[in-house]
Design a binder for this molecule. Structure first.
Ligand code: AKG
Ligand code: FE2
Length: 459
């Protein structure tokens, strides 16, 4: 592609999105929250331990009360000790004194994983399981099963029980991180808990335990409409990894780009392949809803674009083989049933929701063979394309039956989409007519403020 003179500005936009890890982790004091009650089995016997001082015998009793941990392989619930060797209690079998709000964990995780102005969205933490890992226990690489469209992430809390090994390894887009809670916890001067929260499409595994007991609580994180945190006084948390990029740097880079009169003389689309994947309910998800559940730097793009009154539309990117062009389309459909050979023709004749992509610097596509006019838009890619070719093949790694999750029965799968930031011609860059419905209540004031010149704050 011919390089445009404004390419350095596009590169600055890309750089401003940064590459923070897709997780955050920290420690906080166990304080007097170390107590756990649990039911031993079908009878009424109850067990008790305090994680601040639990000895080997108490931990063995807890482990004995647990069930074997299963996992999801496609639609099946599987017990397979070559894939997951661990023990677990469901939430109807135990009561822990850990309070993720007063411990400061909920606030810390929300600040880190929700981008931009956090107070317009909130995370709901749903306790999921208590897991016990003994010597040689592990959980091989998997992605936590998406349970709803607003599933956002997972939180793992590790108690200060003596153990060696069992690091949590995270992988995303070719990068890898290891968080060894046993070594983090052993360095604390008083009994503490270590927490790690990651976006839901991040692959993770628990490495084999060499000795001791590793006990964790897991939570599913859902994104909800704004609800301010209660005023409970919170304990301080000590961050170990942070995840959020800097909105202000991105906003400055975007402003700079838009001020260049050579950029999009007739308006166009600034396109971003998203860094994260989002839960999609097969044949049900309205792509628009993805706007409300964006993670990390994907959310920064939307927040900043909205603050500059630019419309942001989630689109799928489809290649039209017949005409050798890309098409952006703002809706999902299960294309199993319909075979669309020429998307350009389809858009020209049947449906003008989508448009043909003309990458700036490339020759204009030629549609002399079509009777009707096709909508074509100038597009500049900032982050690499995430292509959507075929509904099921793209959404399910290795096909539906080969998906490794932490629970069977998939109602949602993770899908790749792109964000199209609609840009008007020089002097009239704004394209946002109306703030999307669900955001209106919480964001109207913020946008108004922003338009009057106050800059986005980075957190
Ligand atoms: O216990 C842990 O450290 C992680 C467990 C996990 O990945 C899961 O339950 O899905
Ligand atoms: Fe998991």
């Amino acid at each position: 592609m011919a390089t445009q003179h404004f390419q350095p500005k596009v590169d600055a936009l890309f750089a401003a999105l940064g590459k923070r890890p897709p997780f955050c982790t920290g420690v906080t004091s166990l304080d007097n929250h170390g107590v756990l009650f649990y039911r031993k089995g079908e009878n009424r016997d109850a067990g008790y331990l305090n994680f601040a001082s639990a000895d080997e015998e108490a931990l063995q009793d807890l482990s004995a009360a647990c069930d074997l941990a299963s996992f999801g392989h496609g639609q099946q619930t599987v017990y397979d000790e070559t894939y997951r060797k661990a023990r677990k209690l469901d939430t109807d079998r135990f009561a822990s004194m850990i309070d993720i709000h007063s411990s400061g964990i909920a606030q810390h995780v929300s600040d880190e994983l929700l981008e931009g102005k956090n107070f317009k969205r909130t995370l709901r933490f749903e306790l999921y399981k208590l897991n016990v890992y003994e010597k040689d226990s592990f959980f091989k690489p998997h992605t936590d099963t998406p349970r709803a469209e607003n599933m956002f992430g997972s939180l793992v809390i590790t108690f200060p029980t003596p153990h060696v090994g069992g690091a949590l390894v995270l992988r995303h887009n070719g990068d890898e991180w290891a968080v060894d809670s046993s070594s983090i916890l052993s360095q604390q001067s008083k009994p503490s808990i270590c927490f790690i929260a990651f976006y839901s499409d991040v692959e993770h595994e628990v490495l084999p335990l060499q000795s001791g007991h590793r006990v964790t609580l897991t939570y599913n994180l859902y994104i909800e409409k704004s609800k301010l945190y209660s005023e409970i006084p919170q304990l301080p948390t000590i961050p170990i990894h942070k995840s959020a990029p800097d909105c202000l740097v991105f906003k400055t880079a975007l402003n700079d780009f838009l001020q260049d009169p050579d950029v999009f003389p007739n308006g166009g689309v600034l396109a971003f392949g998203l860094r994260f994947k989002y839960p999609i309910i097969l044949s049900e998800t309205n792509l628009e809803q993805i706007i409300h559940v964006l993670k990390g730097c994907d959310a920064t793009i939307k927040d900043v674009a909205h603050s500059l009154s630019l419309e942001v539309v989630p689109e799928v990117l489809i290649h039209d083989n017949e005409n050798g062009v890309d098409v952006m389309y703002p809706q999902l459909c299960d294309w199993d049933g319909i075979h669309i050979a020429s998307w350009a023709e389809y858009l020209a004749e049947k449906d003008d929701l989508g448009f043909v992509v003309h990458e700036v610097g490339e020759p204009e596509p030629d549609f002399d063979n079509l009777d009707e006019e096709v909508k074509v838009k100038d597009v500049i890619w900032v982050t690499p394309k995430t292509r959507f070719t075929n509904f099921k093949a793209t959404f399910l790694r290795g096909g539906e039956d080969d998906y490794y999750g932490n629970e069977a029965g998939i109602t949602c799968v993770y899908g790749s989409v792109v964000l199209a930031v609609m840009v008007g011609p020089p002097g009239h860059r704004e394209t946002l007519q109306e703030i999307p419905k669900r955001e209106k209540l919480h964001e109207r004031d913020i946008y108004e403020l922003d338009r009057r010149g106050s800059d986005l704050e980075s957190d």
